[in-house]
Write a protein that binds this ligand. Structure first.
Ligand SMILES: [Zn+2]
Length: 329
């Protein structure tokens, strides 16, 4: 059974999920492709190896992508959200949702190989799930992320994205929201809109853009070859997207991942994070101060002692150099 424990020193909740230790460790295998394909629970015709299906998108009676509960879940929707004390210490039950979106039925297909249609199915299904989880008023935030490659924390190589919905806002997200609200109160504009405006004027860090989205390497990128894809429209979350917005973002992701593959190669580990507005206190004003974005963080270098101590990252590639490489690829 998982639980949150509050660290009074860092003023942060830590999630303890011992069941995660039992996860299959495909990457620890000796690289035997045959073993991997025989046991992969995410392939077509292996549906019996996953828990009951939550949602799917099909074409011609074949599923294209599907969502299942995470078998090695860090959070569970079936337990009561409850805080308690253990003497001096505070805990909270491991209540929440932990789902896996299997992006493709094909074992070896990766995001870099997707066509427009595959991105479109993927985003439509993610939207369905984020909208559905929002209806549960006990959930305040959903973290939507993809780990690609062992260095990015993936335990299975089959392409998948995870959704973890939680009963409270993590400290980092809470601080980000407060900062964005304060900026809006002062300037009457969203902070990220202003940053995008500056990047577009500066030009050097822009990778690609269309009418609705822009991809760029941020001026103060946290890691080498980081990319942010930001909505130019007043959209704060995937839940607000119309089908034409999903279509436009699919185009953008398709264009970007072709560049990513040509620049860094298909095997580079990366994390992809959807920055959606939290569920809690979500209203019309949210669209004014919070802007939807996607963060792509290649994992070319490992964090070391200095980063862990100071919280300050050392980036060895300037963003205009990274942007130039993506642009020319
Ligand atoms: Zn597979």
């Amino acid at each position: 059974m998982s639980e949150f424990r509050y660290c009074k020193l860092s003023k942060e909740w830590i999630l303890f999920a011992p069941e995660r230790l039992l996860r299959p460790k495909e990457f620890y295998h000796n690289g035997n492709k045959k073993d991997e394909e025989e046991t992969c629970p995410f392939d077509r015709n292996k549906e019996h190896l996953t828990p009951h299906e939550i949602a799917r998108i099909s074409q011609d009676d074949n599923w294209q992508c599907r969502v299942v509960p995470n078998l090695y879940n860090a959070l569970s929707i079936d337990i009561e959200p409850k805080s308690s004390k253990e003497g001096f210490f505070d805990t909270f039950s491991g209540f929440g949702a932990h789902e896996v979106l299997i992006e493709t039925p094909f074992h070896d297909k990766q995001m870099c190989d997707y066509e427009y249609n595959e991105f479109n199915n993927y985003l439509n299904l993610l939207q369905q799930r984020t909208q559905n989880l929002q209806k549960d008023i006990r959930l305040e935030y959903v973290s939507v992320f993809k780990n690609h490659g062992y260095n990015a924390g993936a335990s299975l190589s089959h392409a998948h994205t995870q959704l973890m919905a939680m009963p409270f806002l993590p400290k980092k997200i809470q601080e980000e929201i407060e900062h964005k609200k304060r900026y809006y109160d002062e300037h009457k504009r969203a902070l990220l809109d202003d940053m995008v405006y500056e990047e577009l004027s500066f030009k050097d860090n822009i990778v690609c853009e269309n009418a609705d989205f822009v991809a760029y390497c941020p001026y103060a990128s946290s890691v080498a070859f980081e990319v942010k894809i930001v909505s130019k429209k007043k959209l704060s979350s995937l839940v607000e997207f119309e089908s034409k917005d999903i279509s436009s973002l699919s185009d953008m992701l398709h264009d970007f991942f072709q560049r990513f593959k040509r620049t860094l190669g298909a095997n580079v580990a990366f994390n992809l994070i959807f920055k959606n507005a939290p569920y809690v206190n979500y209203d019309e004003k949210t669209k004014e101060y919070f802007r939807f974005s996607i963060q792509i963080l290649p994992r070319l270098y490992t964090m070391a002692g200095f980063e862990l101590d100071s919280g300050m990252l050392i980036n060895v590639v300037l963003p205009h150099v990274a942007a130039q490489a993506y642009k020319e690829s």
